[in-house]
Design a protein around this ligand. Structure first.
Ligand code: UFG
Length: 368
């Protein structure tokens, strides 16, 4: 039988060294790992699987037709990171690993600071020790707090951020800026995501549902699946097109290409630069529900309830800096985001399955 290792000789790497992807089994991480493999990068993934599943990586390998390396490890644990840096010639790190639920972060802030901030600092220290000075950090539009202007650009002031999740993103950005200022060997790209959604057009990888979703798109998806009776729209009295909140939704595959563009930029030794990754186009909650309804061909019930504390009326991105300096442009519009999301949910209603014995064998090969 032809193994993936054999196949890989046909589709070989066009890049020297390895890119380490922390949190690479998760939603944005897995789509980015796929894009990296397709673009010829060698990839090592580290993930503690706290909110992810190895099956995503098995599917990524199959879609890409190239192997990747995977270690079930925690970025908080220096002793597991060190052997990985010893074994692979890691020239850059894409750092996704983090806890990411805004609401949860207000209930267990210590876990958020420990995982996100301490975990990142630990990772950066190991990177420094091994001379791996290139990083792409998964930041968020949340660092702008209540933005000065809409669409928000990278020169807008940062913070104040009101929830622990958002504060961890801002603290890590600040730490990276200080590291770059102190040592010009460091190069960092901070990617501020707006509202990621969608799934790979194949319907083979996507966001794995766990618990009650906080974000709009996963919640709408679960209403379509009949797990909840209706979407609660948080506020119908905002100063927007129809009174509901407006956000800049971006296809997860566009985010993935943004990371590859950022990696290319790191080769030019840019120092520390932040880029917004959004489409620049805002859609209201009602527009999202209608688009999802078109995609799945079903009515989606909703009720307008009171505003969610901390929400603001409109957040959209000015992404012209990423367009100009990274040569990155999002390709997908709202209908495609919804169609791809629906394809993933419809073909994987329970998300990823438990790993089969065959899958476990593939995983063993990944970390051999
Ligand atoms: N909304 C609803 N009902 C829901 C969920 C959300 O009406 O069940 C509304 C919100 O009020 C908001 C919009 O849908 O108007 C989007 O809400 P999300 O929770 O999906 O996303 P947010 O814009 O609040 O937050 C997202 C990410 C954060 C990130 C932030 C940056 O989830 O991690 O964008 O702007 F920090």
């Amino acid at each position: 039988m032809e193994t993936l290792e054999n196949k890989s000789s046909k589709k070989s790497s066009s890049h020297e060294g390895y890119v380490l992807v922390t949190g690479g089994a998760g939603y944005i991480g897995s789509h980015t790992v796929l894009e990296l493999l397709i673009c010829g990068y060698n990839v090592v993934v580290v993930d503690n699987l706290s909110n992810a599943c190895e099956e995503s990586l098995i599917r990524v390998q199959t879609l890409a037709g190239r192997p990747l390396k995977f270690y079930h490890a925690n970025i908080l644990d220096e002793q597991t990171l060190i052997p990985i840096f010893e074994k692979y010639n890691i020239w850059a790190v894409l750092h996704f690993a983090a806890l990411k639920a805004v609401g949860e972060s207000t209930k267990i802030p210590l876990d958020y600071y420990w995982n996100n901030v301490t975990g990142s600092l630990n990772l950066f220290r190991v990177m420094e020790r091994f001379g791996a000075y290139n990083i792409v950090f998964s930041s968020s539009a949340t660092v702008y707090g209540q933005p000065d202007i809409i669409p928000v650009n990278e020169k807008c002031s940062l913070g104040p951020v009101t929830n622990p999740y958002g504060k961890t993103k801002l603290f890590i950005e600040e730490a990276i800026r200080d590291m770059c200022a102190a040592n010009n060997k460091w190069n960092a790209i901070l990617l501020r995501y707006f509202n990621p959604t969608g799934a790979h057009p194949s319907g083979v990888i996507g966001e794995n549902p766990r618990g009650i979703p906080n974000n709009l798109m996963p919640y709408v998806s679960q209403v379509v699946q009949g797990r909840f009776p209706f979407v609660k729209i948080f506020g119908g009295d905002y100063d927007t097109v129809d009174g509901t909140g407006v956000r800049d939704y971006i296809h997860v595959c566009d985010l993935a290409t943004g990371h590859v563009a950022a990696l290319r930029k790191l080769k030019t030794k840019p120092g520390c630069v932040a880029y917004n990754l959004g489409t620049g186009v805002g859609y209201s909650v009602l527009e999202i529900i209608k688009a999802m309804s078109r995609a799945c061909g079903k009515e989606i019930p909703y009720q307008i309830t009171k505003r969610r504390p901390g929400d603001i009326a409109v957040v959209t991105a000015d992404a012209r800096l990423a367009n100009a300096e990274l040569g990155w442009y999002p390709k997908y519009g709202l209908d495609q985001m919804c169609q791809d999301l629906w394809r993933w949910i419809d073909s994987n209603p329970l998300g990823y399955p438990e790993s089969s014995n065959e899958a476990k064998q593939i995983l063993q090969q990944m970390s051999a």
